[in-house]
Design a protein around this ligand. Structure first.
Ligand code: FA5
Length: 348
């Protein structure tokens, strides 16, 4: 093959490659086509084998010609690849997956989750009253969650709290996901001699799920034990707390109730924050809303914790943080607090 024939062959290859590229509609086909011409076993390489057969003085010329054709094929490949990419983008835009003409959402400033903002406020109020903050594990022993809190074994009172039992964890079968923050009372009294004055914020778990109940929710426990503590201290603490939180005109009402770990026990209601006590749909026209459970610590709890019930008295209460947040911010469905919908969060 002489140099003229070689050049003509190369030119023909470049043309053929251009046509092949035009027929490749997918990126991988396109790459295969490129390899067919420019690959290690490609057609241009095969033609290059003829260089050895042309006279030595003409070889540089042939070499340049081969490189020129390689360049043409390379450029044709790039052009077709770009065209395919653009077509894919156009199709995606036409399908509405991305509308680049839409105005940007702009930058959003981050802020604490509304429920955690309220929890911080609750902790601030109790701290200002002299309470320390205590904590305990979320996976609890049956002894701390029930037994020491005067729930006798197999007593139906355990049914009040729909428990998630953690059967057989690390060879132990006495573990539960704590159903309330009250076990932190037990842990605190086991660890410290009286007097104690603590709050314990934390996550708790119950088999419970509707628009006002969640299987995972937050409580704040409060425990105050000392010599001579009476229900008047409980009432005074609660009144100060609700006035700080809901405003000076807020009143409280204690209704007799039952908890195994307090005697006497009381549910605590506040004047409805929506109708200010006049009666509305939210408070079922009673003018009152329940916010927490409370009572005087039962002597059996002291005994289980090594305190002498003849020596000290105290009160305890436990409030639901979601419940308080919903009342404070006027939220009707507990699930809004977990869905992290930015339109909801931005309102607070
Ligand atoms: C208790 O859990 C007691 N440990 C409170 C207590 C502590 C009483 C100390 C006496 C002394 P109760 O089951 O009522 O009580 O729950 C307390 C609060 O948690 C309720 O008032 C409610 O606001 C909230 N709560 C209960 N279950 C749920 C739930 N599934 N989702 C969201 N909040 C809940």
């Amino acid at each position: 093959m002489n140099i003229a024939e070689l050049t003509a062959e190369l030119e023909a290859l470049a043309q053929q490659a251009g046509q092949d590229f035009a027929q490749s509609d997918r990126k991988d086909d396109l790459i295969q086509t490129k390899n067919k011409y420019l690959g290690r076993k490609g057609l241009v390489k095969a033609l290059g084998a003829h260089v050895a057969k042309v006279p030595p003085q003409e070889r540089p010329l042939v070499g340049r010609e081969i490189n020129r054709v390689k360049g043409i094929i390379e450029t044709a490949f790039e052009a077709r690849a770009n065209a395919l990419e653009r077509a894919a983008l156009d199709a995606a835009l036409a399908a509405g997956r991305a509308d680049l003409t839409m105005p940007s959402r702009g930058a959003t400033l981050s802020a604490g989750h509304p429920m955690l903002q309220i929890e911080d406020e609750l902790i601030r109020i109790f701290r200002s009253m002299g309470f320390d903050v205590a904590s305990g594990p979320e996976i609890e022993t049956d002894v701390h969650n029930f037994e020491s809190l005067n729930f006798p074994h197999d007593h139906p009172a355990r049914d009040m709290q729909d428990t998630f039992f953690a059967e057989e964890v690390a060879g132990r079968d006495d573990l539960v996901l704590r159903t309330h923050t009250s076990p932190v009372q037990v842990r605190t009294m086991l660890k410290y001699k009286p007097p104690v004055r603590v709050i314990a914020p934390g996550v708790v778990f119950r088999h419970d799920d509707d628009i006002t109940h969640s299987p995972v929710f937050r409580q704040i426990e409060c425990l105050h034990v000392d010599k001579g503590i009476t229900m008047a201290h409980l009432k005074g603490t609660l009144m100060h707390f609700v006035r700080e939180l809901f405003g000076e005109s807020t009143r409280i009402r204690l209704r007799p109730s039952f908890f195994p770990f307090t005697e006497p026990s009381a549910e605590v209601d506040v004047t409805c924050v929506f109708c200010k006590g006049d009666g509305c749909r939210v408070c079922s026209h009673t003018g009152w809303l329940e916010i927490l459970g409370s009572g005087m610590v039962d002597p059996n709890v002291y005994r289980a914790c090594g305190y002498d019930p003849g020596d000290v008295t105290g009160y305890a209460f436990g409030l639901g943080v979601e419940r308080v947040t919903m009342l404070k911010l006027g939220i009707s469905d507990i699930r809004h607090l977990y869905q992290n919908d930015i339109r909801f969060l931005e309102q607070y």
